[in-house]
Design a protein around this ligand. Structure first.
Ligand code: DGL
Length: 272
């Protein structure tokens, strides 16, 4: 038993899409979330920059005495997870690529054509490609970056034709030419346009890695016998810039879900 909170770290607000899964499955756990909204997006930055930002934030979460750090950010997970683990060897640090890759490897066959979409950095890293093939070398994997999705989502341009046209711009040829039937949303923002993608390509099977990371959290809590025993007070959401977009996104993600009440009293603090 361990009543300390679970740390979450994302380059911005996208990682919030992973939070409801945890709150629903493990209501006794308390979350300390950090979104680096002042410096997002990470997805087109140099790896050294991403690494140094990630060091600062994991140091900050470690100072909050978290029992585990979850990094739903695909860009960070695909580039510097091992560096973060080496810096904080006493804290389990979970990324998002491995659990999602394992899920794809176990649920797809050589007949499937698997597409990965993500930021430029995530796709260039080849992290999904390598991990999936490590678990199942017989699969056919393709990847393409979709850099315009994140800024549009952050501006709330979602349920309209600009977003639909942007999706078609990136995916029509990618899906058609490669005959993709399974699409991995390899960026924390993309679950917010899942409905648009499903509407445009209704036959696709969509994999949301935010769902798979929950399995890995549960496995780690179980292996270390560190589930919380009592509900532990408020979740805390830190942001390096408390922008209007961040607050709007919190509303967008949580008002449509059963967690609206839990979030009315959330405590937001800027990182000093
Ligand atoms: N959170 C990032 C990811 O999952 C996307 C946003 C960014 O580029 O910072 O890759």
């Amino acid at each position: 038993m361990d009543n300390r909170p679970i740390g979450f770290f994302d380059s911005g607000l996208g990682g919030l899409t992973a939070v409801p899964y945890l709150m629903q499955a493990l209501p006794k756990e308390r979350i300390v979330y950090f979104g680096d909204t002042a410096r997002t997006p990470y997805g087109s930055k140099a790896v050294q920059t991403i690494r140094s930002f990630s060091y600062q934030i994991t140091d900050f979460l470690a100072s909050k005495d978290v029992k585990m750090i979850v990094v739903p950010c695909n860009t960070v997970s695909s580039t510097c997870l091992e560096d973060l683990r080496a810096r904080h060897p006493q804290i389990p640090i979970l990324g998002i690529i491995s659990p999602a890759a394992r899920y794809v490897a176990e649920n797809c066959t050589p007949e499937n054509k698997v597409g990965i979409i993500g930021t430029k950095v995530t796709i260039a890293s080849g992290a999904y490609y390598k991990k999936i093939l490590k678990f199942n070398p017989r699969l056919d994997i393709y990847g393409t970056p979709c850099p315009a999705f994140v800024p549009l989502i952050e501006e709330g341009i979602i349920q309209n034709e600009i977003m639909d046209l942007t999706i078609q711009y990136y995916l029509d040829h990618f899906i058609g030419y490669n005959r993709i039937d399974t699409l991995v949303l390899g960026c924390t923002h993309y679950p917010l346009i899942r409905r648009n993608i499903t509407k445009l390509y209704p036959d696709l099977t969509i994999v949301d890695p935010s769902e798979q990371v929950l399995t890995s959290i549960m496995d780690t809590l179980s292996a270390t016998e560190s589930f919380a025993e009592e509900p532990q007070g408020e979740h805390i959401f830190y942001a390096s810039d408390l922008s209007e977009n961040f607050l709007n996104m919190i509303n967008r993600i949580f008002q449509s879900s059963e967690f609206a009440i839990a979030f009315k009293n959330l405590e937001l603090e800027g990182l000093k």
